[in-house]
Design a protein around this ligand. Structure first.
Ligand code: SF4
Ligand code: SF4
Length: 470
């Protein structure tokens, strides 16, 4: 049997990939400390947010519900329609540049503390693994041990729990797109009745199970595009997690060298991406802060000040003055704020509970006969509320004598429903005053809400019309 022994990380290779390309399984040791505790609390809070978002109602809809079936996107109380999705350009640029700003200030804080992949991996799947197989050295010993009833039982229980939690996450993910009551109905009615949803959830569960049970840190190291981008966003003033080589070197047993690092390798053993932070800042580092807590623990034990491995900038580690606000930080901040402000203003204006679109009917711009000039319009009204609403359309601001066919009669639109109808505006030849504006007033639930729409009434020059006999 091949023994999978701990590797020594170096800068020329990725620790989790063997020289033959196979996956070297990392078994990071447990660590305790202030950052680990804070990260755990933050991670559980985020897990609660991920799970609760489809449950918490805001303005009568779930806080986050991307209702693909009905093409309504409920985002924190605002309902967007497909034609409103250009707002997302400002949302994405605003959030994207804000994240760039945070990265240029604080490095990979997002990756280590808030990324859903890290949160699920660290706070669910690694917890399960530690619960069943123990700390890192025990897990490595179990991996290298021959198959036995004990090893088989642990492997089976662990994989079953992985699949269970992968399936739970897949269902939570699905509830962002299918309402919870509907998802519950789907589950009750069984997979055969809803083959598409069942297939999506099964495939998602399989992907999540694969990623969290075996692919793990390789996703961050090799596939995450944001991880690749970050080296372009940071500089020597960015706060990172680094090793103070001025204080730590030359490393060696305490009392035998002048450096503070006793070369215990505790910081290496706890690293979930298998790197040695003492080799300097590396692409694989996700900023999880495990090595900070690990080294602080050692420093406490040998009565040395904490912070040999710490949050600092490259300049700070080299005892140079660090600049927090730099041109790139200002640029990202301005662009981020701009995107978020524009998005908030647009979203506020689009937050109306109803949406109406008026347009001229395809075909001729107007119709003329011996007695009248007619324009045909079409409207579409969407009720974004959770309750049915009654609408009335009236024509206002039209010259005297003009009449409306298709309006003035109240009609109901169900919750989240929509209706499309036709309106005909008739100008009797004797009242016709040529092309001009006409206004429609749309009233929802009498006295509750109303809005106006102005359209052009088109027609020929009135002098060319034959006047009807008096
Ligand atoms: S080097 Fe430290 S901060 Fe970076 S991934 Fe490893 S343990 Fe986490
Ligand atoms: S934990 Fe601290 S003392 Fe131990 S090897 Fe790492 S840097 Fe050196």
């Amino acid at each position: 049997m091949q023994i999978n022994a701990p590797k020594r990380p170096n800068l020329d290779s990725v620790t989790s990939v063997n020289s033959d390309g196979s996956h070297y399984i990392l078994h990071p040791h447990d660590v305790r400390g202030r950052f680990t505790t804070a990260r755990q609390i933050f991670g559980y809070l985020l897990l609660a947010v991920y799970v609760l978002l489809p449950w918490i109602p805001v303005n009568g809809a779930p806080a986050l519900f991307l209702d693909v079936e009905h093409r309504r996107f409920h985002i924190f109380g605002i309902t967007l329609l497909p034609q409103d999705l250009w707002v997302m350009f400002f949302a994405i640029t605003g959030l994207g540049f804000s994240l760039f700003c945070i990265t240029s200030l604080l490095g990979r804080l997002w990756c280590g503390w808030a990324c859903p992949y890290t949160v699920f991996l660290e706070h669910i799947f690694r917890r399960i693994e530690r619960l069943i197989d123990g700390d890192g050295p025990k897990r490595r010993a179990l991996e290298n041990a021959a198959w036995s009833p004990n090893k088989i039982m642990r492997r089976v229980v662990k994989q079953l729990l992985y699949v269970l939690f992968a399936a739970i996450i897949a269902h939570v993910f699905m509830s962002y797109f299918v309402s919870l009551p509907r998802l519950y109905d789907y589950v009750k009615e069984g997979p055969l009745a809803h083959a598409t949803v069942f297939t999506i959830i099964t495939v998602l569960t399989a992907i999540l199970w694969f990623c969290f049970s075996s692919f793990r840190e390789q996703f961050c190291i090799m596939m995450c595009p944001y991880g690749r981008l970050q080296s372009a966003l940071t500089d020597d003033d960015t706060m990172i997690i680094g090793y103070d080589s001025l204080r730590g070197e030359p490393r060696g047993a305490k009392g035998k060298t002048s450096g503070a690092c006793i070369d215990c390798r505790r910081c290496v053993n706890v690293c979930p991406t298998g790197i040695d932070i003492r080799n300097g800042l590396q692409l694989e580092c996700i900023g999880c802060s495990a090595c900070v807590d690990a080294c602080d623990e050692i420093m406490d034990k040998i009565n040395e000040p904490r912070g040999l491995v710490r949050y600092d900038s490259l300049k700070g580690l080299n005892k140079e003055k660090r600049r927090i606000m730099r041109p790139r930080v200002y640029a990202y901040m301005i662009l981020g704020i701009l995107g978020l402000v524009v998005m908030s203003c647009i979203a506020y204006n689009r937050a109306r509970p109803y949406h109406a679109e008026f347009s001229r009917m395809r075909g001729a711009a107007y119709y003329v006969d011996a007695s009248s000039v007619r324009n045909v319009f079409q409207y579409r009204i969407i009720n974004k509320r959770q309750q049915a609403a009654t609408f009335t359309i009236r024509m206002t601001g039209a010259p005297a004598g003009y009449s409306l066919s298709g309006g003035d009669v109240p009609f109901e639109i169900p919750a989240h429903g929509e209706t499309k109808r036709t309106l005909v505006v008739i100008a009797p030849t004797g009242s016709y005053q040529g092309p001009g504006d006409i206004r429609f007033d749309v009233e929802a639930n009498p006295g509750d809400f109303h809005f106006e729409e102005t359209l052009k009434f088109l027609g020929p020059d009135p002098r060319t019309l034959q006047q009807p006999p008096q």
